[in-house]
Design a protein around this ligand. Structure first.
Ligand code: HGY
Ligand code: MN
Ligand code: MN
Length: 433
């Protein structure tokens, strides 16, 4: 990673705050010694507290919604004059998520939110104002760590929260509804009161690439073309427990052996299908005693492909093969689809604003597909979306060694700030004009 890259001309105080905030957010965790931050955690409350202070210092309006999405609003230039309220003024939304995976890196998500706030501060430092509002968002649950259902935060922000999600349970057995009640929020209002945001011109998200392409090209930032289609499933294998010492091997229905065979089958199938990625990230074994034959096992399954049709074919093939294997072992298999999302193309207009801004600052700018999921996949259902990737070392992410260099991060701020001005120059036409 080149350390001495040319630094884009940003205000030094904006740069200093950008990096110090990112560093600080990386220390606000639910778990000592590692970075884990879930929706409805006190760590998320602490992060909001810091953003509230930063927003106040920049003269911006701070709020948090029922699903703990953070919103920081920079009113348009004419807002003081016009009678419109911010509910009626058009708004460009920029941000990402503030939750993390377990033992995460400090850039996945937080980089996009800190960058968004830095863009506002940089535009202010340039003495610029906008003909529309700018809303910085920090979505509360992109990773789905707490409830195994990704995008709860951005779904609520987009008016797409589903009532059945209120009954989702976390590892401790608490339901989402109960956690809302603990925070003084009436769960039934979360669905009845939510509505799709109006007047959203578009959504821009800066995110680390979480892959190796920009590093291989030696380029700071790249523009995203589309987000891969994704299916999350839960597989439960039910056999029969028994004594480890007295039950002959021929008389066993061992749920863990069935699950182990399925995991290797998944790997083998994914290797055989070009562009497919399949991951078993979680496993639970019950009763979980060393001298008891496992009675049941639950696996998580995450499958992705840039082409939604290929993904559908693969999921069907996976299911057929694993059902046959389980049957041959006398194991009951319950296959539950938790979440399915199509491949999501970025808006051509926002993509070209980002492309032109990036090329004017760094020259050649690649266009990359995203294998990772992002809140932009949800926001695309209510407005045009665009994403900018920032190079990350070794393409590593979902890992404490995740890292993006200061010059690359600053390039991200400069490019998005330029792109926002380009949207403003084209306004009041839609960004995808
Ligand atoms: O899993 C993903 O792709 C994203 O990091 N939530
Ligand atoms: Mn992630
Ligand atoms: Mn992310």
């Amino acid at each position: 990673m080149e350390a001495d890259l040319p630094r884009p001309s940003l205000h030094p105080e904006v740069v200093a705050r950008l990096h110090s905030r990112l560093k600080e957010l990386g220390t606000i965790s639910e778990e000592p010694g590692k970075l884990t931050r879930r929706i409805f955690s006190s760590a998320m409350d602490s992060v909001h507290q810091r953003f509230h202070e930063w927003a106040d210092a920049a003269g911006l309006h701070f709020s948090v919604d029922a699903l703990q999405n953070m919103k920081i609003r920079w009113p348009s230039a004419d807002s003081a004059l016009s009678t419109t309220t911010h509910k009626t003024r058009e708004v460009l939304v920029i941000g990402s998520h503030l939750d993390t995976v377990r033992n995460a890196g400090r850039f996945d998500g937080a980089l996009g939110v800190v960058t968004a706030l830095a863009c506002v501060e940089q535009l202010q430092a340039w003495g610029r104002t906008l003909p529309f509002d700018l809303e910085v968002v920090g979505f509360s649950d992109e990773e789905g760590l707490r409830f195994q259902t990704a995008y709860l935060g951005s779904s609520h922000y987009a008016g797409l929260f589903r009532p059945e999600w209120l009954t989702l349970r976390d590892e401790s057995g608490q339901t989402l509804a109960h956690l809302l009640e603990n925070r003084g929020i009436n769960p039934s209002l979360v669905c009845t009161r939510q509505k799709a945001p109006t007047g959203v011109l578009g959504y821009l998200e800066v995110h680390i690439e979480q892959g190796p392409q920009l590093e291989a090209l030696g380029i700071s930032v790249g523009v995203v073309s589309a987000i891969a289609a994704q299916t999350r499933a839960r597989l439960r294998f039910t056999g029969k427990s028994g004594h480890a010492g007295t039950t002959p091997m021929t008389l066993r229905r061992d749920a863990l052996c069935a699950a182990a065979e399925a995991i290797l089958e998944i790997e083998e199938l994914a290797r055989s299908m070009d562009g497919l990625r399949a991951t078993v990230g979680q496993i639970r074994v019950e009763p979980g005693a060393s001298n008891v034959i496992p009675e049941w096992v639950v696996l998580s399954l995450d499958i992705r492909h840039e082409d939604g049709h290929r993904l559908e074919e693969a999921v069907k093939e996976f299911k057929d093969r694993i059902e046959k294997q389980a049957e041959a072992r006398g194991i009951q298999l319950d296959w539950e689809i938790l979440q399915q999302g199509p491949s999501v193309p970025m808006d051509p207009g926002l993509q070209s604003h980002l492309q032109r801004a990036a090329e004017s600052r760094q020259g050649r700018t690649p266009i990359l597909a995203s294998g990772a999921g992002h809140d932009a996949a949800v926001m695309a259902r209510v407005c045009p979306v665009g994403m900018l990737f920032v190079r990350c070392r070794d393409g590593l992410s979902h890992h404490p060694d995740e890292w993006a260099s200061p010059p690359d991060i600053e390039m991200g701020v400069a490019v998005v700030a330029d792109a926002i001005l380009a949207v403003a120059n084209a306004y009041p036409k839609e960004p995808h004009s």
